[in-house]
Structure formats: structure tokens, C-alpha cells
Design a protein around this ligand. Sequence first.
Ligand code: HAM
Length: 422
Amino acid sequence: MKFKSIPGAKDILPAESHRWQHVEQTFRELSHRYNFREIRTPVFEQTELFARGIGELTDIVGKEMYTFRDRSDNSLTLKPEMTAAVVRAYLQHNLEQQQPVTKMYYLAPMFRQERPQKGRLRQFHQFGLEIIGSPHPEADAEIIVMTAEYYSLLGITNVELKINSVGCQECRPAYKDKLKEFLSPHLTELSQDSQRRFDANPLRILDSKDERDSRLTADAPLQKDHLCTECSDHFSRLQEILTETRVLYTVDGRIVRGLDYYTKTAFEFISSALGSQDALSGGGRYDLLAKELGGSNVPAVGVAGGIERLLLVLDAENLFTGNEVAPVVYLAAADNESRTWLYGVTQMLRKSGIPSDTDLMNRSLKAQMREASRQNVRFTIIAGSDERNRNEVVLKDMESGDQSPVAVDKIVDIINQKQSEN
Ligand code: HAM
């Protein structure tokens, strides 16, 4: 075969799509229960939106974006994340005029040119929540509590919530200086990546996966211990609400996130079932993003989680993830004229809401019966010229093995009745 999908961009085949539908459906229903409404934005945006929103110095903007020029020489980028796009839409359509607090959810594909590995793809899918308009810790809690409930509804137990505060414009500059002061004697011993980050983004050095970096920063000062009163109060309130709602968490001063827009709360849901790419989801508060994108000061908080990683955890925990689509009835014809007539019966069943399938290959009756067993249907309907002439079919209950003639206008009632019996 000449063509293959791009490495890191996967097909979701018919045999696995029901698992996707299950996690998506659960997320949608839960979002509606929490009064979030769906937002969908285009797959591509102006490159500048992400460069400014996520931060020029981040890995995402620096090395991972799928950026291209269209025929009018505009620089466009396939969205690597949704938050900047959601804020762009919020500002563009003046959503604040409709309600003071806007609660939105999404399920969408994202694109990042990373080195593919388990749990790390180039086209991946995120579920996400954004609350725009509230500066209060109750909004942070709403995001975290719903995410925790989502994992719990899916049956996932192997998940841990880590929260942190990364401060704000008031307290971060002084903390940054403290951190740099601590790191500067070790500067040349740090990894290349961390040395590069030292000037512009020293906080990221704290979540470096490099072992030597971890050792050198073991006693580094943490932002959570150097917060201004406002950030400190916000962080305490958030913890009180989480405790009140019985959401388990640990405070981890090293959660700094890979996107530059965070202020105050930053958090991650981690699963040890995932190996090195252990973040199931992550998020936080981003009070400065709207302003950065040219809007007014609008406080906001959100989360996004990888669906592929979620499915990996469901697999690892051996959890049931939804029912495959399967017909209830298979209709098998004994001859060609009955085949056409039986197609009419098939349509009648489908229109009555009974999932049904029939032969599309002109196969023998025996082969059709084999197909019915292969599809594991509950009922098989068989008809030949005799049945057709009497406007009847033979209905076979594949569970009990019983079979009997049934008038066409009684089929739906009988099937519905038998199904409600078990
Ligand atoms: P993020 O941490 O970059 O945050 O991504 C969120 C989640 O998406 C990750 O925890 C992970 O589960 C999944 N993910 C990220 N990259 C990949 C990849 N290459 N392959 C598979 N899964 C991946 C954000 O995107 C922020 N927009 C989250 C947010 C929303 N903050 C506020 N609101």
C-alpha cells in the first residue's frame, strides 16, 4: 500500500470508536449537568494568536506548532490547544455581554509536532472546560471538581491531583529573582534546556525531567512559599473548597505547566498507569490572557485532558468502556424474491427503532445464518416464498433457540416484548 497515515496521527477504526463515543458522551452529559455549553472553533487560527497566547518561549510555540502559509501568504497554525482560541472567540463575539460568567466545554483534535511515543501524538484529542469572567477560587474549584468527577464516573481510580500556585504579576518577579539567585551557582551544571530557560522562564526548570536538574533544584525556593496576600488567600480558599467537596489533592510546588499564560492556580491530574507521559489533564487560571490577546482584563480558569491518555488508563485498569454498535435482528432470505420483500421488513424494523441488518452480498441462506451468529444478534428473521405469501416471517430467538411464525405487523411488538422481559 502506497499511503500510510502520518506517524503520530492515528486512525480510530470502527471496532474502537464506541470507546471514544463512551468517554465523549460521558463528558458531554456531565458538562451539561454542570451547566457548561459547547464551543467549537476552527481547526486553524492566525499563528500570532498562539505565539502570543501560549508564549514565544514555550516548547509548543518554539518547536511544535504546525505552521504554514496559505496561498495569500497568511501564516496559519493548526491549533495546538484550545484556550487561546476560546478566548479569541469570547472577545470577538463579546460573549461577556450575554452573561457575566461564561462556562464552555469542548472536545476537539489538537496538533503538536512532538516525537511520537506512548501517550504522545501529533494529532491528539482533548476534552476541556473554560470558565471566563470569574476571578474567584470557586471557579477554579468548579473546574477541578468536575474533572475529578469525570474520572470517577469512568471508574478510574489510578489518578492523583496535584495543585500549586504560580503567583501573579505582583509576587512572581521577586520570586523569579530568588529562584535565579539560587540557581546561578549551578548554572553550568544544568541541562542544556534548563540553561536556555534560565533567563526568560526559570520556573520551568523546576519541572525538568532531567535527573541532574531535579537533584540540583531539590532545595530550590518554590513560588507557593512566596505568594502575595491575594494569591495566598486564593490558594487557601481553593483548598478549603476541595476539602469540603472531598476531592483529594496534594500541593506540589513543582507543577509549573508548559504554557506561559498561567497565574495563581496551576494543577495536573497524573496517572502512574501512563509511564513517562503521565499527565492525564492539566490546567489553571489565566487572568492575563485576554489582555495579552488585545481584550480587556477578564479573569478565567480552565482544564484540558488528553482522550488518548484517558483510553490508555481505562485499558490499563481493564475498565468497561461502552457498548459496541450491534444489530438486535439479522434478516435472512431463503431466495432472491424474498430478499427484496425482506428488505422492506428490515426498513420497517429500523424505522420502529430496532437496530437491524440484512445480507448485502446475495449469500446463501446457510451463509446468512452464519453471519447472524457472527454478529451475535438476539433474533434472526427468516423468510422464503411460503412466509412471504402469508405475509409472515419465522422469528428465531437466538438465546433460547425457539422459533415460530409471526405475522409481519406483529414483529415489532413481539421483539420489544421479548427484549423487555430480560
Ligand atoms: P496541556 O497540558 O498542554 O494544556 O495539555 C492538556 C492535556 O492534553 C495533557 O495533560 C495531555 O493529557 C494532553 N496532551 C498534550 N499533548 C499531547 C500529545 N502530544 N499527545 C497526547 N496527549 C497530549 C493545555 O492544552 C491547556 N490548554 C489546558 C488549559 C485549559 N488550561 C486552561 N484551560
